[in-house]
Design a protein around this ligand. Structure first.
Ligand code: FES
Length: 159
């Protein structure tokens, strides 16, 4: 049986995807449950994620500092970034655990730096580099509509 696709909030749909052509990006067999896959079309890198609640497609760029999430890990619907320990919920588009560097959330609220247990506390922003991190806004995911057709994963990709 074909897997489900993950419903996403309508306001988080990627720009230009309404009416965009469907592009077969992978086969279902390439993406077992729990897998992450990077697919590129031109200069667009997509993350195809087989979450516990279905397949989701977003840009393969962390909403924090653009690291490729496809080399992170997936637990249920939570994708973990390989940098800064940020965790993001593909079911809602929201942050699950804020990056260790702190910064601004999508609404502009400041979150402090933090360190995992057993690590040295991170200093609060002081120099220009640290202030830049503090002013980095962690955005919500933007989703590419996806459908499953005869074992193919198809994504609406703007031309
Ligand atoms: S780039 Fe992903 S948490 Fe920082």
């Amino acid at each position: 049986m074909d897997p489900r696709t993950l419903p996403f909030p309508a306001h988080l749909r990627a720009a230009g995807t309404a009416g965009a052509p469907w592009d077969a990006v992978a086969s279902v067999a390439d993406l077992p449950p729990g897998a992450l896959l990077r697919v590129s079309r031109g200069d667009l890198d997509l993350l195809i994620a087989h979450t516990a609640d279905g397949i989701a497609v977003v840009e393969d760029r962390c909403p924090h500092m653009a690291a490729p999430l496809s080399i992170g890990s997936l637990d249920g619907c939570i994708v973990a970034c390989p940098l800064h320990r940020g965790r993001f919920d593909l079911a809602s588009g929201e942050v699950d655990v804020f990056p260790t560097t702190g910064g601004l959330d999508a609404d502009g609220t400041y979150h402090p730096t933090w360190a995992p247990p057993g690590s040295e506390p991170k200093p609060e922003p002081a120099d220009a580099k640290a202030r830049a991190r503090a002013l980095t806004r962690v955005r919500r995911f933007r989703y590419y509509p996806v459908r499953i057709v005869e074992g193919r994963i198809e994504v609406a990709i703007p031309g």
